[in-house]
Design a protein around this ligand. Structure first.
Ligand code: PLP
Length: 398
């Protein structure tokens, strides 16, 4: 018999998995066949209220056609990283359109929001720099911050006096931003918080950053397309310009990938030094072609944003007033349950009523705030929302 100490990986894996199960935090994928009307493996159908396809573009026939046209024009893969031969006219046109729409000199494409965030923080931050992040920022930002050489501090969610204190503290220390020009301070926030659907106070944040000579970085994964004029996102909605903006294409764009919006100089810096950009195959040009189409649809189809608002109002109207469904200006409507097992049970009961709402548990959200994260999309109908509200009213009162 082999002693367990001789199998450290096996031991570690088994231990972690059984701990996860005991905590009620074990996660599993469910194989689905479509995602607007979800169909699970057993053939049952559900209305999906857990997708980030906020504008209902992911199954839009026009967008599907654009991707097909892209395939005809460019073939399947890009064949290389962007600095070799992977940068094609479709990528260039998409970058130009994004920069123009969002009001920056440049846009730089990445294969995912996760890699864009990592690239941004790893490439720009150096030892001695200070990185301040909202406590509820996405895991990709937290992870990148912890691995970066900068000193990272987290401030309480949307707490501007906490941010001000931290900024003042670090700018008074010798060898920091205010005193020595070669150390830098960066403040990073999400425009719309993914698990709460609330907005960050961008105008106040921008002022604080300016006063403390700090850069403001906004990850607008959940705001771009949904908020602002022509769907320009949280910054447009809050009437500010972030120093750097990250937009991701897996949510309202209905596709996949991401971009960093920045100045000409910053883009050139990232092209020289961002390893996630340099050493990764460029996204398929057909996808970039489809993304340009998606971008046009986002800009033109105001009806999609109007419909989201209408559905959002309908939902708050129909859910019983004693149920603590948080009202938000976005498509994300959290219903905090607290206990993880209870959240799973509520999610299961909604499933029995034909409604798919995933329970979100720690560590994705803080301890004791397990929740149902309900998301609305422009592809939902008023009848879908009525059905959701009825099911919530039945399940949550029990
Ligand atoms: C989804 C998300 C990401 C990651 O983007 P992907 O393209 O899915 O890798 C980054 N930041 C935020 C705030 C997100 O919600």
């Amino acid at each position: 018999m082999i002693c367990s100490t001789m199998l450290p990986f096996k031991h570690r894996i088994e231990k972690s998995l059984s701990e996860r199960k005991a905590q009620g935090l074990y996660r599993q994928r469910t194989c689905l066949s479509r995602h607007q009307q979800v169909v699970d493996c057993k053939g049952d159908t559900f209305v999906n209220f857990s997708s980030n396809d906020y504008l209902g573009l992911a199954q839009d026939p026009e967008l599907v056609k654009a991707w097909q046209q892209g395939l005809t024009l460019f073939g399947t893969g890009s064949g290389a990283s962007p600095l070799v031969t992977g940068f094609l006219s479709a990528h260039h046109e998409l970058e130009t359109q994004l920069a123009d729409w969002l009001g920056y000199e440049r846009a730089l494409l990445f294969n995912s929001g996760f890699s864009a965030n990592q690239a941004l923080l790893f490439t720009l931050l150096e030892k001695g720099d200070v990185l301040l992040q909202d406590k509820l920022n996405h895991a990709s930002l937290m992870e990148a911050g912890m691995l970066s050489p900068a000193t990272m501090r987290r401030f309480s969610h949307n707490d501007m006096s906490a941010l001000q204190r931290t900024l003042s503290h670090y700018s008074e220390l010798p060898g920091n931003a205010a005193n020595q020009s070669n150390n830098a301070t960066m403040v990073v926030t999400e425009g719309v918080f993914s698990m709460d659907g609330d907005l960050s106070p961008l105008a106040e944040m921008k002022t604080l950053c300016r006063e403390h000579n700090s850069w403001l970085v906004v990850d607008d994964a959940h705001g771009c397309g949904v908020l602002g004029e022509q769907g320009r996102g949280s910054c447009n909605h809050g009437k500010i310009q972030a120093d750097l903006l990250v937009v991701t294409f897996g949510k309202a764009f209905g596709l996949q990938g991401a971009a960093i919006l920045c100045s000409e100089e910053t883009a050139e810096y990232l092209v020289q030094f961002a390893r996630h950009f340099i050493y990764s195959t460029a996204m398929p040009p057909a996808q970039a072609y489809a993304l340009s189409k998606s971008c046009q649809m986002i800009r033109q189809d105001q009806w999609r944003r109007d419909k989201l608002l209408e559905l959002s109002e309908l939902l708050s109207d129909r859910v019983d007033s004693d149920i603590d469904l948080i009202s938000t200006p976005t498509s994300i409507k959290p219903l905090i349950i607290g206990d993880s097992d209870k959240a799973i049970a509520a999610s299961d009961e909604l499933k029995q009523r034909g409604i798919w709402v995933s329970a979100i548990r720690p560590p994705t959200v803080p301890a004791n705030t397990a929740r149902l994260r309900i998301t609305l999309t422009a592809a939902h109908s008023r009848a879908d929302i009525e059905k959701l509200a009825t099911a919530i009213n039945e399940v949550i009162h029990d």
